[in-house]
Ligand binder design. Structure first.
Ligand SMILES: Cc1ncc(COP(=O)(O)O)c(C=O)c1O
Length: 335
């Protein structure tokens, strides 16, 4: 069995025990269909199998590729593409998968595209405050009627409060989530159906309206979500890097991972006991309170945002203790 020392760096590494803790904690809080894990967080079929084994039957996806890959892997019981799609080739491929596929629509145009391609089921995606996809709540009923007239089965509504999931103050997060959900409730009254798909890791236990929560980051976590003191999930994913240069006079060291192996939209990564100065394409520059590390030392670089970090990598290695027990292919990358 390989050990951490044997891995070529930069390498994406998952702490197996922490992953287990996160999966079990979520499956206890939101068992079975109450959680619809979002695959875009990790893009890895092997990890989706773990989520399925612990009881979550349905998955949320952001891309056609994720849906098709999960269905091929036998995980197609109930797949939601929580995103608008217009590409007719992608839609036709989605209509042909061996499994149940539901697509988000937020306009007559997206409903028409889905119906034309032979998609059978949809949710009406409602904007609940985040400036991204989703129709106005008052338009949801009209769009649902249109979708039904085009032969689609409208299963219900979706509303993602993505502008609130990372609020550090839990009371404010919970209160503002309830306000957003009042808009979704209005839309749901007009749309009907029994699915109300909402939320993310930060609101997994403070969104009390949804029938299911689309949490993704909880399984592996990152430093951005770790700021939320009430979340029981722990950081399980790091980039293993090697110190390739040390500048004793200026008091800094350089690790061999940078912008091309770390998603940086939520800020610089963290290194325990160190201050990260900045990242460039292939470098992370940092200082430490005490003695600098040696050239050749290995260290754990904790990403600020796992989703884009993982999308840069072809594999993730799963650790048990200091041993690499498994290597998973990040097989659902691309579109
Ligand atoms: C539509 C949608 N649902 C849910 C999520 C929640 O993901 P996470 O649990 O990683 O915050 C996201 C993340 O961006 C999303 O885009």
């Amino acid at each position: 069995m390989a050990s951490l020392e044997d891995l070529t760096t930069p390498a994406l590494v998952v702490d197996g025990d922490t992953l287990e803790h996160n999966l079990t904690t979520m499956a206890t809080a939101l068992p079975g269909a109450r959680c619809r894990p979002h695959i875009k967080a990790h893009k890895t079929t092997a990890l989706a199998h773990r989520q399925r084994a612990i009881g979550h039957v349905g998955f949320t996806c952001a891309t056609a590729r994720e849906i098709i890959g999960l269905a091929r892997a036998g995980l197609g019981d109930d797949l939601l593409l929580a995103n608008e799609v217009l590409d007719s080739e992608q839609l036709a491929a989605l209509a042909g998968v061996d499994g149940r596929v539901t697509i988000a629509v937020d306009s007559e145009v997206t409903a028409d595209a889905a119906a034309d391609a032979g998609i059978r089921e949809c949710l009406v995606d409602v904007n609940v405050g985040m400036p991204r996809c989703g129709c106005l709540p008052e338009d949801a009923g009209r769009i649902a009627d249109h979708a039904r007239a085009r032969g689609l089965d409208v299963r219900g509504v979706m509303g993602y409060e993505g502008h609130l999931v990372d609020m550090v103050d839990r009371a404010a997060r919970e209160e503002q989530t309830a306000e957003c959900m009042a808009h979704l409730a209005r839309a749901h009254l007009a749309v009907g159906g029994d699915v109300i798909s909402v939320g993310g890791t930060g609101t997994y236990d403070c969104n009390h309206f949804g029938t299911e929560i689309q949490a993704g980051s909880y399984a592996l976590m990152d430093t951005h979500y770790a700021r939320l003191p009430d979340l029981p999930f722990r950081r399980a994913l790091f980039v293993l890097a090697t110190v390739i240069s040390v500048n004793q006079r200026e008091g800094f060291a350089v690790a061999n991972c940078g912008l091309k192996s770390l998603g940086m939209d939520h800020g610089t990564p963290e290194i325990d006991g160190a201050t990260v100065w900045y990242c460039s394409d292939e470098h992370t520059v940092f200082s430490v309170g005490g003695e600098l590390p040696n050239v050749g030392d290995r260290l754990r670089v904790w990403p600020a945002h796992i989703d884009p970090t993982i999308a840069y990598h072809e594999h993730m290695h799963v650790l048990v203790g200091e041993d690499v027990a498994e290597t998973w292919t990040v097989d659902l990358r691309g579109w």
